[in-house]
Design a protein around this ligand. Structure first.
Ligand code: NAI
Length: 297
């Protein structure tokens, strides 16, 4: 059954203006939406403002937009610490810290604030969207919208439908994301969604291959770069992601799905315990002189 879009979205609320939320606010404002950005306190608000100014300033420098366009964009974003200001929102995107308790408390509070037909979305990357949605009195209007970092640049958005997401909500969110120039894909509610489930299974396999001394780190990475056309080899990519982050993602997926592909390779945990976290700590599978320097072998 094909659903056609039924809702008009004009005002979008974004809760949490950190790395992801500020980027998501920018995406909507760039496309002419009125955005209400909510933070938990003035410090968070100031950080969010700086993030937005820095990101749009960079776009001006790279001639992706003019100074006037950047100012117009920023003018469409209202910053507040009061969730009640979301009363007029057609869509609310939650992008606060990855904590089930914090997210549930927000979805519970939104019940008394937003209109009954407003759509609610969470940008969680690993928590159960179903569980978050049950905190709201109308879980049928809740979806996951998993933007990629940085949100203004990355075109993929995974839309996560739960078993109770209403088909018209899904259709409307898909249409909305397309209108932003994004490529939405739809999947069920399982940690990792599509991209990370496939990507981290592959990365983990590369670590197991290295751990088993089947091939050197350089040859594993070279095989995927020159044989498969990937821009980076898996071990260099893991160093970039951060081995602690990669371990947490794999561990969450394994605990939820019990797919052996995602059982973290033992050496990954050992590296994390030893403080070898990748580029950010100067050493992971490779050694780096400075966080962004080329590889030192
Ligand atoms: P972050 O830590 O940079 O930002 C979270 C923001 O939420 C902070 O500014 C914090 O002050 C604010 N916040 C916390 N509680 C709040 C509340 N009750 N009301 C309003 N604001 C509140 O986190 P980040 O990286 O932006 O992640 C946000 C969400 O996006 C998480 O669910 C994460 O899993 C997900 N995600 C992160 C990606 C990444 O690459 N960082 C990629 C895709 C999804």
């Amino acid at each position: 059954m094909t659903e056609t879009a039924t809702r008009e979205f004009t005002t979008v609320g974004v809760i949490g203006l950190g790395t992801m939320g500020a980027g998501i606010a920018e995406v909507f404002a760039r496309n002419g939406f009125a955005v209400i950005g909510v933070e938990q306190n003035d410090v968070g608000l100031e950080r969010g403002r700086q993030h937005l100014e820095h990101s749009t300033g960079r776009a001006v420098k790279r001639e992706k937009m003019t100074r006037e366009q950047a100012d117009e964009l920023l003018g469409r974003i209202t910053l507040t610490t009061d969730m009640q200001d979301l009363a007029g929102a057609d869509l609310v995107v939650e992008a606060v810290v990855e904590s089930l308790e914090v997210k549930k408390s927000i979805f519970r509070a939104l019940d008394d604030i937003v209109r009954p037909d407003a759509v609610l979305a969470t940008n969680t990357s690993s928590l159960s969207v179903t569980e978050i949605s049950t905190a709201n009195a109308k879980p049928g209007r809740v979806v996951g919208v998993h933007f990629f970092n940085p949100a203004p640049v990355q075109n993929l958005v995974e839309i996560i439908r739960t078993v109770v997401t209403e088909p018209d909500v899904l259709a409307d969110v898909q249409e909305l994301l397309r209108s932003l120039g994004k490529n939405p894909v739809v999947c069920g509610d399982k940690a990792g969604f599509i991209a990370n489930t496939l990507l981290f299974g592959y990365l983990n396999h590369a670590v197991a291959m290295y751990e088993g001394k089947y091939a050197s780190r350089e040859d594993i990475d070279a095989a995927m770069r020159f044989g498969c056309g990937y821009p980076m080899g898996p071990l260099a990519l893991l160093d970039l992601i951060g081995l602690d982050t990669a371990y947490e993602i794999l561990d969450t997926m394994y605990k939820q799905g019990r797919d052996r592909l995602h059982a973290p390779a033992p050496i990954l945990k050992q590296y994390v315990t030893a403080g070898l976290l990748g580029r950010k700590s100067g050493r992971g599978f490779y050694t780096y002189e400075a966080p962004d320097s080329p590889v030192v072998v």
